[in-house]
Ligand binder design. Structure first.
Ligand SMILES: [Zn+2]
Length: 196
């Protein structure tokens, strides 16, 4: 009887200690490592943190105006990109290395171009173009500074309101040109590239 009682007491103690250790150690370490992962994925990591070139020839970084989030179409949606004012016909150039993913004609954007970054994680969007550079086609690799097209007023820019609308999207695995999450490109355009 006393031996059986001792065994039962031992079982209660072992189960109790095991349950207490689950409560004190479970969950906490995994939550810490998860938040550390989130810190790594930040907008500043675009193009290896090297920044982007201003995609309109002759426009200086200092001349850019951050128009992200400004009211558009009667305030129904925030502006998702930056408008870079320039005379019609001014060369539009690649903001970074990558390839042409899509040439697309849309009501809002007019003549548009979607460029994928070299690492595949970003899409650069050029809108209201007057036209494309000759020989440009989907799948073509382009280098930073390469001629893509010309500043225009196509789509809903408004006749004579010549500017480039430039957008930046962070792309998830397997996402295509119309997907992704819009990010303000201004900080990456306004900050000079390191090393050049
Ligand atoms: Zn715009």
């Amino acid at each position: 009887m006393t031996r059986l009682g001792a065994i039962i007491l031992l079982i209660i103690v072992v189960v109790g200690v095991g349950f207490a250790s689950m409560l004190s150690f479970g969950g906490v370490p995994t939550r810490v490592s998860r938040s550390a992962d989130e810190t790594v994925v930040a907008p500043s990591s675009a193009s290896d943190g090297a920044g982007l070139s201003v995609p309109v020839a002759g426009v200086r970084r200092e001349a850019l105006h951050d128009s992200w989030g400004e009211a558009r179409e009667g305030g129904e949606r925030g502006h998702q990109g930056i408008d870079i004012m320039a005379p019609g016909g001014t060369p539009v150039i690649a903001t970074a290395d990558g390839w042409i993913e899509k040439l697309f004609e849309s009501g809002r954007g007019g003549t548009t171009l979607y460029q994928r970054s070299a690492d595949g994680r970003w899409v650069y969007y050029y809108a209201h173009l007057a036209g494309y550079a000759s020989g440009l086609r989907e799948g073509l690799r382009v280098g930073r500074g390469q001629l893509l097209g010309y500043v225009g007023d196509s789509g809903n820019a408004g006749a004579g309101n010549y500017h480039l609308h430039f957008g930046l999207s962070r792309m998830g695995a397997g996402e295509r040109w119309w997907q992704g999450e819009s990010v303000d490109p201004y900080p990456l355009l306004a900050r000079p590239r390191s090393g050049r």
